[in-house]
Design a protein around this ligand. Structure first.
Ligand SMILES: [Zn+2]
Ligand SMILES: [Zn+2]
Length: 211
C-alpha cells in the first residue's frame, strides 16, 4: 500500500494520499492546500484518484479541494452536517486573512458505516462529531489497520470545540464510543501533528483519562 502524508497549508493540515499498488487507485484525505505537491505524489506513483474525502469542512482541510477535484475529476465526499461550514469558506478565509478558495460540488454525503473502496483499500466511515458537527474519522480496515482521526484526536490532545458547531461533551462521547474500542496497536494519523497509536493515547492522552 502507498501512503504519503503531506502537511499542507499555513496550518499544516496532514493530507493523506492512499494508493493501491496493483490497481493504482487512490483516495486523498483532506487536501487542504498545496495541490501541486499532492499531484506530484499522484503522478510519481501513477495513481488515479477515486475519492476525495474531507474529515470535516474547516478551510485548512478543504481549501484545495476544488483544485484537486478539477485536476482529477474525482468525487468529493464529506458529512452533510458540515455543509454550513463548507458553504461559508469565505467567512473561514476571512478569519485566517486569506483569499477564499473555491468549493467543488459535494458528490455524496458520508455517514456512519459507509465504506469507500479503492482497489484493495477499504475505508470505513466513523461519525465522530464534536470538533465540528460533521467531523468523521476514517478506519482503513483489513491488514494494516489505520485510523485517520481528522481534528477529533491528536497525539496528546483532542480537537478544539470552541469554533462554530463545536461541542466538548460530544467530542469526548465520539472518542469514547467510536475510537477507544479500536485495538491498541492501531496507528492513528491525526489531521495535524505527529502520528501515534490508539494504545498510546489511551494511556497518556490527558483528555482521554477516565473516559
Ligand atoms: Zn478543524
Ligand atoms: Zn485542522
Amino acid at each position: 500500500m502507498i501512503h504519503h502524508i503531506l502537511p499542507v497549508g499555513m496550518l499544516a493540515c496532514n493530507c493523506s494520499i492512499l494508493g493501491d499498488e496493483a490497481t493504482r487507485e487512490a483516495i486523498v484525505i483532506d487536501p487542504g492546500d498545496e495541490i501541486d505537491r499532492v499531484r506530484a505524489i499522484l503522478e510519481q506513483h501513477r495513481l488515479q484518484v477515486k475519492y476525495i474525502v474531507a474529515t470535516h469542512a474547516h478551510i485548512d482541510h478543504v481549501g484545495g479541494i476544488q483544485k484537486l477535484q478539477q485536476a482529477t475529476g474525482a468525487p468529493v465526499l464529506m458529512h452533510a452536517a458540515d455543509l454550513p461550514l463548507y458553504q461559508n469558506l469565505a467567512v473561514q478565509a476571512a478569519w485566517l486573512g486569506v483569499e477564499p478558495p473555491g468549493a467543488a460540488q459535494v458528490k455524496d454525503f458520508l455517514k456512519e458505516g459507509d465504506m469507500l473502496q479503492a482497489g484493495s483499500l477499504s475505508l470505513i466511515v466513523l461519525s465522530t462529531p464534536g470538533h465540528s458537527p460533521g467531523s468523521i474519522s476514517l478506519l482503513l480496515s483489513g491488514e494494516g489497520q489505520k485510523l485517520f482521526s481528522g481534528d477529533t484526536l491528536f497525539k496528546g490532545s483532542i480537537g478544539r470545540t470552541d469554533l462554530w458547531g463545536g461541542d466538548y461533551h460530544q467530542i469526548l462521547t465520539s472518542i469514547r464510543n467510536k475510537l477507544l474500542p479500536l485495538m491498541d496497536e492501531t496507528p492513528v494519523f491525526p489531521g495535524h501533528g505527529p502520528s501515534t497509536t490508539l494504545g498510546e493515547e489511551r494511556e497518556s492522552n490527558p483528555f482521554l483519562q477516565g473516559l
